[in-house]
Design a protein around this ligand. Structure first.
Ligand SMILES: [Fe+2]
Ligand SMILES: [Fe+2]
Length: 229
């Protein structure tokens, strides 16, 4: 799903309705929820109108949405800077977005339980992914990354091999998410929440894929004495 209908160069299209923004910009539902803006049933109004209803400054909401829309900077080349980038851009983002995706998924599965295309099991898969990722990221942050940043001179084959195995598990989760969401294509009659859910899951998968790529193919080989198979 594209974000160009509502977001261009980090700016929110002023004509877009709250529902359209929620459906096309991953993470927008969390921003709206924070400001108590109804994006689902009452989403057919402009952002200004919805914000006025709740007595919030629309510019505040717009600024939060624009942050979500910004393209991430290119990954830095130094290992210490790359570790900081991975944590800020990917670990923190997964932690921020997964709970909202679990909530959205539980709601969609409950409200549309009789729909033939309901993504049954998606919420449980996302909840398990959140637990597994948290466990994995903690190991990186507490063991592997400090060794890298403290200028460890030897090879780190052992911990890196464990992380690579866990990345293979994440790849299996990604395939399960693709299958459950029919490659992120909601049915024609999907509500805003359903569309927002699949858009958010697609963003999670894109982020996780980039995240694993940066570790497996850029960072880890610098600290391994043997090539990974
Ligand atoms: Fe990581
Ligand atoms: Fe990792």
């Amino acid at each position: 799903m594209t974000t160009t209908a509502t977001v261009a160069t980090g700016r929110i299209n002023p004509d877009a309705t709250v529902g359209e923004i929620a459906a096309s910009l991953a993470g927008a539902t969390a921003v709206f929820r924070r400001h108590k803006i109804d994006f689902c049933c009452g989403g057919n109004v402009s952002l200004d109108e919805a914000a006025a209803k709740r007595g919030v400054d629309p510019e505040l909401v717009r600024a939060s949405l624009a942050n979500l829309a910004q393209t991430p900077p290119d990954a830095p080349t130094g290992s210490v800077e790359l570790v900081a980038h991975i944590i800020a851009r990917y670990h923190d983002t997964h932690r921020a977005e997964l709970p909202e995706l679990v909530r959205l998924s539980r709601r969609v599965e409950a409200v549309h339980r009789d729909h033939p295309e309901v993504p049954a099991g998606l919420a449980d898969t996302l909840a398990q992914a959140a637990i597994d990722l948290e466990d994995h990221m903690k190991k990186e942050e507490q063991i592997l990354f400090p060794a890298i940043c403290d200028g460890f001179k030897g090879a780190l084959d052992g911990p890196i091999m464990v992380m690579r195995h866990e990345h293979d598990d994440h790849a299996r989760t990604i395939r399960a998410l693709q299958t459950l969401t029919h490659s992120y294509e909601p049915p024609m009659d999907a509500c805003r929440s359903w569309q927002a859910l699949y858009n958010g899951v697609e963003k999670l998968v894109t982020d996780l894929t980039e995240h694993i790529h940066l570790e497996n193919n850029v960072l880890f080989p610098r600290f391994q004495s043997v090539r990974a198979l």
